[in-house]
Design a protein around this ligand. Structure first.
Ligand code: SAM
Length: 259
């Protein structure tokens, strides 16, 4: 039974971290003419209304993108997507990762998105219908195993689980190792929360031990509410594109000022 709904958290400081690095990577990849594949295991609904009751209830977007919008120059790919989504869908619209990808990719590129929650999947299909993206109502890792290595072979996979099931942290290391064996040239990016409980620690130790050339990037921020367990955001990227570490460093300097 899935209960996580990203609308409560859309546009928070973790999304800003994940989405701005994602936008940078996709923009980098499209500098070459060659077509690419973009895959996502946990897509969400792609388009969020930050004026919705759920988003207002947590106030996470107000402490997130509303504060961070000025961190990004107008020509940053994340800024460009945010501007286009607001122009198309209204001032409270915020793009999830699938919409960020569809705005930055080209008609020659291929997008596969998995989302297991039926209601989120219906919203995803609606938001992505003009884009030609394939939206799978299926477990994200099963979908990725079935598609990897994808055609075209160039491209990236975003893994952004809701970490609702305790075993997620144990399973992810094995899943990533399997996906990397199947698609050794693919960029595989995992998002994870930094938790006061330290639950993410063993997974990260295993990943860092196995994938020495991966980029591990973490930012810290004040908890959304007093006592809230998430105090930061991490991205673990296999085959990181050239320049991603510099981009991540620039972003980290912004987060450092929040603390
Ligand atoms: N990637 C999205 C973004 O950045 O805009 C947010 C995704 S949200 C963190 C995680 C999503 O995964 C939720 O919409 C949830 O319904 C979905 N989900 C949970 N378990 C799943 C599974 N086993 N396979 C696919 N999707 C799943």
């Amino acid at each position: 039974m899935l209960s996580y709904q990203h609308i409560y958290h859309a546009g928070n400081l973790a999304d800003v971290h994940k989405h701005s690095l994602l936008a940078w990577m996709l923009s980098y990849l499209t500098r070459k003419d060659k077509p690419l594949t973009y895959l996502e295991t946990h897509a969400g609904r792609a388009l969020y209304d930050l004026g919705a009751e759920e988003a207002l209830k947590t106030g996470e977007a107000a402490a997130g993108i509303a504060q961070a919008r000025g961190w990004f120059k107008a020509d940053h790919p994340y800024s460009k997507v945010l501007d286009r989504v607001v122009a198309e869908d209204g001032p409270q619209a915020y793009p999830g990762s699938p919409l960020i990808a569809s705005h930055l990719l080209r008609p020659t590129d291929t997008i596969h998105l998995a989302e297991l929650h039926p209601r989120e999947h219906s919203a995803l299909e609606l938001a992505m219908s003009p884009t030609g993206a394939k939206c799978h109502l299926r477990d994200g890792f099963e979908t990725a195993f079935a598609l990897c290595p994808p055609t075209p072979r160039r491209g990236m996979l975003l893994i952004d689980p809701s970490y609702e099931i305790k075993t997620d942290y144990d399973d992810i290391f094995r899943h990533i190792a399997k996906l990397h064996r199947a698609w050794n040239v693919g960029i595989i990016a995992l998002w994870y929360p930094i938790l006061t409980s330290g639950s993410h620690g063993p997974m990260l130790n295993a990943l860092s031990g196995q994938f020495k050339d991966a980029l591990r990037h973490e930012v810290r921020f004040p908890p959304a509410r007093p006592g809230h367990g998430m105090v930061g955001s991490g991205m673990f990227v296999l085959n990181p594109p050239y320049g991603l570490a510099d981009e991540a460093r620039r972003l980290a300097a912004r987060y450092a000022k929040l603390r």
